[in-house]
Design a protein around this ligand. Structure first.
Ligand SMILES: NC(=O)c1ccc[n+]([C@@H]2O[C@H](COP(=O)([O-])OP(=O)(O)OC[C@H]3O[C@@H](n4cnc5c(N)ncnc54)[C@H](O)[C@@H]3O)[C@@H](O)[C@H]2O)c1
Length: 321
């Protein structure tokens, strides 16, 4: 039996694919390479370039590889782009996911782990944010994650698919051989590292007047290696007949944009050039996870919670290529 990994050429999905192989699992990867230059996966991992909404191709892959579970990472992830092109996000992230789920359900693939996001919460009423906090997404991207979670709940009610939705906060750092690289890149740490290397323009710090200690936005950074561990735990939970559930994945510790810049300067021993800019619409001041449920139910304990350790791995992987 195999695990289908959608979006496995991407940053998080690729790291998880490699981790699962190391743990003795059998995987097959699908990605349309729309947001990743190439799969970059080690030889021996079966890879198909296809849309998740391509019923015929996905059906063939599910049958040929005897797929019995799916880790669903594929999707578009840029919040700003989603505000400019909401229909693109609803088509790629929601409509295509429905096609995928129908193929999975039709072939008895009854376990799904879905990459959801802290973006479902919008501006939080409570920090650290618990899973039962209301969904008030402030972007089409966040809406797509919230809608897919609801769809998955309905698939469970009809007993076709049990699922775990993992709401990542800010994935960061590098797994061996897997650098963070998005197309386009919108994430703070890779942008700041490239600015420090003069490979990009100076970083823009969006918003300096939030009600946070230094006025810049605070986020919870979680190491991609810890995310990979959480995915295997989520899969094992479903294999042990776990019911459909959602879990936050974060360290419960927030760092401001300025603290991240300082961390990169410390680790890289060079300045990060930056300019101060206005707030971006829809950017909450503080997003920090309560991950107590993942600790309690999945036994997930992040092994790399320190910001400097996360930044070091990102820096080293960028320098070493
Ligand atoms: N990186 C983060 O901090 C973060 C935080 C919260 C949630 N997430 C979610 O985790 C998942 C993975 O994020 P990532 O950072 O690895 O992004 P990524 O862009 O590196 O990976 C997503 C991959 O999906 C592929 N893809 C997109 N649409 C597709 C489609 N219709 N069919 C097939 N392939 C498609 C892209 O080519 C890309 O390789 C996403 O669903 C994202 O929303 C990420």
């Amino acid at each position: 039996m195999s695990i289908l990994i959608t979006g496995g050429a991407g940053y998080v999905g690729g790291a998880v694919a490699v981790h699962l192989i190391e743990q003795g699992e059998t995987v097959v990867v699908v990605d349309n390479l729309s947001r990743t230059p190439d799969s970059g996966l080690p030889d021996g991992i079966p890879f198909y370039q296809a849309d998740i909404g391509d019923r015929e191709r996905i059906t063939g892959i599910v049958q040929d590889h005897s797929v019995d579970a799916c880790l669903h990472f594929a999707g578009l992830i840029a919040v700003g782009e989603s505000v400019e092109q909401p229909s693109l996000y609803f088509e790629q992230n929601v409509s295509q996911t429905i096609e995928l789920l129908d193929v999975l359900a039709a072939h008895g693939v009854d376990k799904v782990v879905f990459s959801s996001s802290a973006a479902v919460y919008g501006e939080p009423e409570q920090v650290p944010i618990p899973e039962d906090h209301p969904h008030r997404p402030t972007s089409p991207y966040g809406s797509t994650k919230s809608i897919v979670e609801q769809i998955l709940t309905q698939y469970d009610l009809t007993e076709m698919i049990r699922s775990v939705s993992l709401r990542y906060f800010n994935a960061a750092g590098a797994a061996p051989g897997r650098v963070e690289r998005h197309v386009p890149e919108t994430h703070l740490i890779p942008l700041a590292i490239d600015a420090a290397l003069a490979l990009r323009d100076p970083l823009t710090v969006f918003g300096t007047d939030y009600g946070t200690p230094d006025g810049t936005a605070v986020r919870d950074y979680v190491h991609v290696i810890d995310l990979a561990d959480a995915h295997l735990r989520a899969l094992d939970y479903l294999r042990s007949d776990g019911t459909t559930e959602v879990f936050n994945l974060g360290n419960g510790e927030g760092y401001s944009v300025m603290q991240v810049i300082e961390s990169i300067s410390r680790v890289a021993e060079r300045e990060v050039p930056f300019a101060l800019g206005a707030r971006r619409p829809g950017d909450p001041p503080v997003l920090v996870a309560s991950a107590d449920r993942a600790r309690r139910v999945l036994g997930w304990v992040p092994q790399h919670p320190e910001l400097d350790a996360i930044v070091s791995s990102a820096w080293d992987s960028r320098i070493l290529g």
